[in-house]
Write a protein that binds this ligand. Structure first.
Ligand code: GDP
Ligand code: MG
Length: 442
């Protein structure tokens, strides 16, 4: 048909579009904001943006994608590639016992992670594991390691605050050799900030232990300062890997990119809870989505282009920009888009880990039924009510409830939800996401 031909022609023309110096600037500014909001250190952001720009410039914009979509996917891929590079499990290729030295600031999660790793090595790698603490400054820290080691099902080598850290390490190493342990995990004293004496101490430990892995444990919630900590540890020790803890927290975890870039060491695992089994192989793809604050953006972009009415999305974005606000019609079209994006359960897989875990507790059939019911409620409203939800008082609520076959409290619930969404939309306004959506629309 003629119209088919026409739309193919338009697509082909779009296919010739390139990312140019002029159309990339604004978009890169949004990306830069997103990275800074995620607490990626400033010099790392600059460096990253330069790399993305080099990759993006002149890139062909294929098929029906807009330059915005292509750029976002380049950013996503570059983030994931940078953070995922060289990832591998714990290296144990050494004459047993393979020694693993844990380094990092106080409170980063060294002691907890020592036990988590012990459990991992026992269960997944079938190793015989010994732990020891050289934290002679805080007797409680030694006791803490004893407790969590027991939980891990590993053996703990006793140490006391009267001993010297190097002597503790040598005694543990000797014991591990004599008792045929495969792995010796050495938990060390924390530093509140970079401290010369403590740096000298961990260097000395490294020298006598000759560890096969020297792991830098870092809190995902650490902000701009992560870069200084990482630099100091990298200068002191030949780091072989990073463990990113507390990824179950609220932060977007930009420290991962900073620390990866500064140390050059691969991020091997992430800590996902305080519990002993809260350790996962680091998932760079997922973490990239989290840093961008947009889940698995690439997959989502694909689904969005396949299922969502771009015109509606653009209209919404334009409306937001003009300040006329988010109304119930917009809410309805969001609900409908949720359905058209290939079902809720497939969308679920694209969410960042934390959100997915929460959403995973939801019964999907029930959730889809719920969407249909909400649609029904909004459809029972007059156009005026949809534009001015504040008009909906008791009488109107009763009429709407009767019209859509629900209770008044269901109408109330929907209106509450709408208000929450509206609040979120207000916050996002000017915050990059809508602008990015708009550009993605073409
Ligand atoms: P260290 O000073 O480096 O040995 O840190 P600790 O292992 O004592 O951990 C400091 C605090 O962080 C403790 O309260 C831990 O329970 C907590 N923690 C460690 N790793 C994680 C994690 O991945 N998630 C959460 N939520 N808490 C963690
Ligand atoms: Mg500790």
């Amino acid at each position: 048909a003629l119209t088919d031909k026409l739309s193919r022609l338009v697509k082909e023309m779009r296919g010739q579009a390139r990312i140019t110096e002029s159309n990339v600037q604004d978009m890169l500014r949004e990306v830069r904001m997103a990275l800074l909001e995620a607490d990626v250190a400033l010099p790392v952001v600059r460096d990253f943006i330069t790399r993305v720009k080099d990759k993006a410039l002149g890139q062909e914009v294929m098929s029906s994608l807009s330059p915005g979509q292509v750029l976002v996917s380049i950013v996503n891929r570059e983030l994931a590639a940078t953070m995922g590079e060289g990832v591998s499990d714990i290296n144990l290729a050494a004459q047993p016992p393979a020694v693993i030295l844990m380094a990092g600031l106080q409170g980063a999660g060294k002691t907890t992670t020592t036990a988590k790793l012990a459990k991992h090595l026992i269960e997944k790698r079938k190793k015989k594991v010994l732990t020891v603490s050289s934290d002679v400054y805080r007797p409680a820290a030694i006791e803490q390691l004893k407790t969590v080691t027991k939980q891990a099902g590993a053996e703990w080598f006793p140490s006391t605050s009267e001993q010297k850290p190097v002597d503790i390490a040598l005694a543990a190493l000797d014991y591990a050799r004599k008792h045929f342990f495969d792995v010796l995990l050495v938990d060390t004293a924390g530093r509140l900030a970079i401290d010369e004496a403590l740096m000298a101490e961990i260097k000395a430990l490294h020298a006598v232990l000759n560890p096969v892995e020297t792991l830098f444990v870092v809190d995902a919630m650490q902000g701009q300062d992560a870069i200084n900590t990482a630099k100091a540890f990298k200068e002191a020790l030949p780091l072989t890997g990073i463990i990113l803890t507390k990824t179950d927290g609220d932060s977007r975890g930009g420290a991962a990119l900073s620390v990866r870039q500064i140390t050059g060491a691969p991020i091997k695992f992430s800590g996902t809870s305080e519990k002993i089994d809260g350790l996962e192989v680091f998932d760079a793809q997922r973490h990239a989505g989290r840093i961008l604050g947009m889940g698995d953006i690439l997959a989502l972009v694909e689904q969005v282009t396949a299922g969502v009415d771009m015109e509606a999305a653009q209209k919404l974005a334009a409306k937001m920009k003009s300040g006329s606000g988010f109304d119930l019609d917009d809410f309805l079209s969001q609900l409908q888009q949720m359905k058209s994006m290939g079902g809720l359960s497939s969308l679920l897989e694209k969410l960042p880990a934390q959100m997915a875990a929460k959403a995973g507790q939801v019964d999907m059939n029930k959730a889809e039924k719920d969407i249909r019911r909400k649609e029904g409620i909004i459809q029972s409203m007059t156009p005026l009510e949809r534009r001015k939800p504040e008009l909906i008082k008791a009488t109107r609520k009763r009429r709407i409830a009767a019209g859509s076959g629900v209770q008044v409290q269901d109408v109330n619930r929907l209106l509450n939800e709408f208000e929450q969404m509206q609040g979120m939309m207000k916050k996002m306004k000017g915050g990059g996401m809508m602008k990015m959506m708009k550009r993605m629309g073409g």
